[in-house]
Write a new protein. Sequence first.
Length: 137
Amino acid sequence: MLYCFVRGIAFCGVIIFLIGYVFSGKASAVEKESVMVSNISSDRFTVSWANAARQTGMLKYGTTPLLGDAVYDDYGKGHEGTMHYITITGLKPDTTYYYDTVSGEKVDDNGARHYTAGTGPSLAPSIGSDIVYGRVF
């Protein structure tokens, strides 16, 4: 109690809140690390996340919050793991997509807001570019 008095009432309140949170069982509901988006191009992107337990992984996605499409873990539909990498391909350039992650039976819809990611623009090849060639000594 002396420590709480020395450090301040606010610090003591945070400690009491955290102890109550852990003992209430709510802390165990947090089982997924942050969702990451990578490998963004004009027609694809990859979503990855980690779980505390081995589970299957899937994404529900679409161009509207109604979603509508689904794709499974890059390792295969039945793969159970703690790391999930899911690449969505065949997408439209320069478009925002909404998605939810699914770990086992649990759907994470980002607090009813859905996660979002966007594809990049189409990049046309350069016409008339100079090709450099030669030897390096």
